[in-house]
Design a protein around this ligand. Structure first.
Ligand SMILES: CC(C)(COP(=O)(O)OP(=O)(O)OC[C@H]1O[C@@H](n2cnc3c(N)ncnc32)[C@H](O)[C@@H]1OP(=O)(O)O)[C@@H](O)C(=O)NCCC(=O)NCCS
Length: 281
């Protein structure tokens, strides 16, 4: 069983690919409390809300490669199709190792965060979001979908985006783990108004805590957006390649730039000055 260790306070990654944007440590004054947020498993009834969140949380530049603007139907149709594509992965009977976990505002019941974790024991390495997953997991027959229905729900997407890229990522993951049991994350998102308030941490810990309970600890794996890498490094994920990261128990993982420690100290000092000023005003 793994012991929790100290974490790096500030992690900076190169942001040339993200227009200067990267995640920042959560400001304690904005953090949502356990009374304000609850974490629970999704059901099939959440499919449309998850689909809406996907279109809201991931940037237009990312969607352009997955669903080219010239192929897109009206937004409501995109949501309906996405929700339908997600349904088999949300059915425990069809996908017992896939866990969609949501963060919900206690006051309103609104979904404000989501993670999908695929747990150890999944039959083979095959991302449930890929178009090829329909055939790989036999979902067409199990869902009773006709060929036309399957074609319709994928008709506006880029094959390279939903098969090519995901397939290559699966191949890389196979190279890392072979048959070794592991947790796989895809996707993680917090609704924009609630980012930087501790939701992502809760959704990550849902699987990290389980992974660290085993002896030896179970590895966790993901492909990260460049802007989100500090979040994962903060939780002990170690970069393997340009996108993929693995966590094998708690670890202190620092930034990718030599001067990150100095910048971290400057950042901490600025935060202290801001907090002092707020106290004075
Ligand atoms: C990435 C994303 C999911 C993070 O979710 P979030 O709810 O904003 O994250 P949190 O506020 O819980 O922060 C996560 C943790 O990372 C820490 N963190 C964030 N940036 C950090 C940095 N630069 N250095 C050190 N720690 C950092 C936070 O302090 C927090 O840890 P703590 O709870 O121990 O303090 C969210 O920004 C998002 O949805 N982005 C758009 C979609 C996306 O890019 N998803 C990821 C694809 S791989």
């Amino acid at each position: 069983m793994a012991q929790q260790k100290e974490k790096a306070p500030f992690i900076k990654v190169p942001t040339d690919k993200t227009g200067g944007f990267q995640t920042m440590p959560t400001d304690s004054s904005r953090r949502l409390s356990d009374k304000q947020v609850r974490i629970e498993l999704c059901t099939e009834a959440d499919a449309e809300e998850i689909a809406e969140g996907l279109y809201l949380c991931f940037p237009p530049s990312w969607w352009a490669t997955k669903e080219p603007p010239e192929l897109r139907p009206p937004h409501t149709t995109r949501i309906r199709r996405m929700a339908k594509r997600l349904t088999p992965a949300l059915r425990p009977a069809l996908s017992p190792h896939t866990h969609f976990v949501k963060a919900v505002l206690v006051a309103t019941g609104e979904m404000v965060g989501l993670v999908c974790w695929t747990g150890p024991g999944n039959p083979g390495i095959h991302c449930a979001l890929a178009r090829s997953a329909v055939a790989y997991y036999g979902w067409q027959a199990k869902m009773g979908w006709s060929d036309e229905e399957v074609a319709e729900m994928w008709s506006h997407v880029s094959d390279e985006g939903w098969n090519g890229v995901i397939g290559k990522n699966d191949e890389v993951r196979r190279g890392v783990f072979g048959a070794e049991p592991h947790w796989f994350l895809a996707p993680l998102m917090t609704w924009p108004d609630y980012q930087g308030r501790g939701i992502g941490s809760r959704l990550l810990k849902w699987a990290i805590d389980q992974a660290d309970q085993t002896d030896p600890v179970t590895p966790l794996y993901l492909e990260s957006a460049p802007s989100a890498r500090p979040v994962y490094m903060h939780y002990g994920f170690v970069p393997l390649g340009e996108y993929n990261m693995v966590r094998r128990g708690p670890a202190i993982v620092r930034g990718l730039e030599a001067d990150e420690e100095k910048e971290g100290q400057e950042w901490a000092q600025e935060r202290k000055v801001d907090a002092d000023e707020e106290r004075v005003n």
